[in-house]
Design a protein around this ligand. Structure first.
Ligand SMILES: Nc1ncnc2c1ncn2[C@@H]1O[C@H](COP(=O)(O)OP(=O)(O)O)[C@@H](O)[C@H]1O
Ligand SMILES: [Mg+2]
Length: 225
C-alpha cells in the first residue's frame, strides 16, 4: 500500500529526475497538459488534449465495452472512470482520470519507493495488461514506459496515455510514429514496416528491467548493512 502523501503530490511539483539511468525519458510529443483537480477531497488528473486527443478518447471509449465483463480480467489494468468535455476558457477537450500513484516517479526514488518488493507482480500485471490490449481490444499502445503506468490503492497496475496508440494492432505499420527513446523498439524508427505488437513487447521488456533493477538496488543496500 502507498501513503496518502504520495497520492497528493501535484504532478507539476515533482522533483526533476535524479537518476542517470534511462527511466522515463520524455516522450517526443508535447500536446497535452496535466493538472490535478480536487473534487471534495478526491484528486483527479485533468489532461488537456490538443492534437491527438481523439485517439486517446477513442481508446477509452473502446475499453468501456469490456469493463463489466468478468471473463476479461485484463480490463482491470485500465482506468474506465473518465469524462470528456470542454474548458470554459479555451475550448480545449480534456480527459479526467482518478489520480493514482505514478509508477515512474516511484521508480526514480533512490529509497523508500512504495513499489519495493513488487517487481514480479508489476511484470506480471504489465504483461497481462498489454496482452489484453493486443489480443482483445486490438490496440497497440506504442508508448509503454513507467511514466505511463499508475498503481491504484489495491496495487493494481493501470496503463494510461493512449496518445500514440494504433487502433488496429494486427497490421504492420510504417515507421514514423514516435514513442519514448530508451523504451522504443529500434524498428519503430525505420526504415521498414514493423509490428506494433512486437514494438510494445520490446517496451514491456525495458520496463520489466526497470522493475527488477529497483528490487536489485534494494537488495544490494540491505546486503551492505
Ligand atoms: N491518473 C493518473 N494518476 C496519476 N498520475 C497521472 C495520471 N495520469 C497522468 N499522470 C501523470 O501525468 C503524466 C503525464 O500524463 P500522460 O497521460 O502520460 O500525458 P502525456 O501524453 O503528456 O505523457 C504521467 O506520466 C503521470 O506522471
Ligand atoms: Mg505519458
Amino acid at each position: 500500500m502507498y501513503s496518502a502523501n504520495s497520492l497528493m503530490l501535484p504532478v507539476y511539483l515533482r522533483k526533476p529526475h535524479t537518476r542517470t539511468r534511462k527511466i522515463c525519458g520524455q516522450a517526443t510529443h508535447d500536446d497535452c497538459h496535466i493538472h490535478i483537480v480536487d473534487k471534495l477531497g478526491v484528486h483527479y488528473v485533468r489532461k488537456t488534449l490538443v492534437r491527438s486527443g481523439d485517439r486517446e478518447i477513442a481508446v477509452y471509449k473502446h475499453l468501456l465495452h469490456y469493463q463489466f465483463e468478468d471473463h476479461y480480467p485484463g480490463i482491470q489494468h485500465f482506468i474506465y472512470t473518465w469524462s470528456t468535455g470542454y474548458w470554459k476558457h479555451n475550448g480545449a477537450q480534456y480527459l479526467e482520470l482518478p489520480y493514482f500513484l505514478p509508477v515512474g516517479d516511484e521508480l526514480r526514488k533512490e529509497q523508500g519507493s512504495c513499489l519495493q518488493g513488487m517487481s514480479l507482480s508489476l511484470c506480471d500485471q504489465l504483461l497481462t495488461a498489454v496482452n489484453f490490449l493486443h489480443s482483445v481490444v486490438k490496440v497497440a499502445h506504442m508508448d509503454i514506459k513507467p511514466d505511463n503506468l499508475v498503481l491504484d490503492a489495491g496495487e493494481t497496475l493501470k496503463v494510461i496515455d493512449f496518445n500514440l496508440s494504433i487502433m488496429d494492432a494486427t497490421c504492420d505499420v510504417p515507421p514514423g510514429r514516435c514513442g519514448t527513446k530508451g523504451y522504443m523498439a529500434p524498428e519503430v524508427e525505420g526504415p521498414g514496416l514493423y509490428s506494433p505488437v512486437l514494438a510494445d513487447l520490446y517496451s514491456c521488456g525495458i520496463c520489466m528491467d526497470d522493475f527488477l533493477d529497483m528490487d536489485q538496488r534494494t537488495e544490494t543496500k540491505l546486503g551492505e548493512d
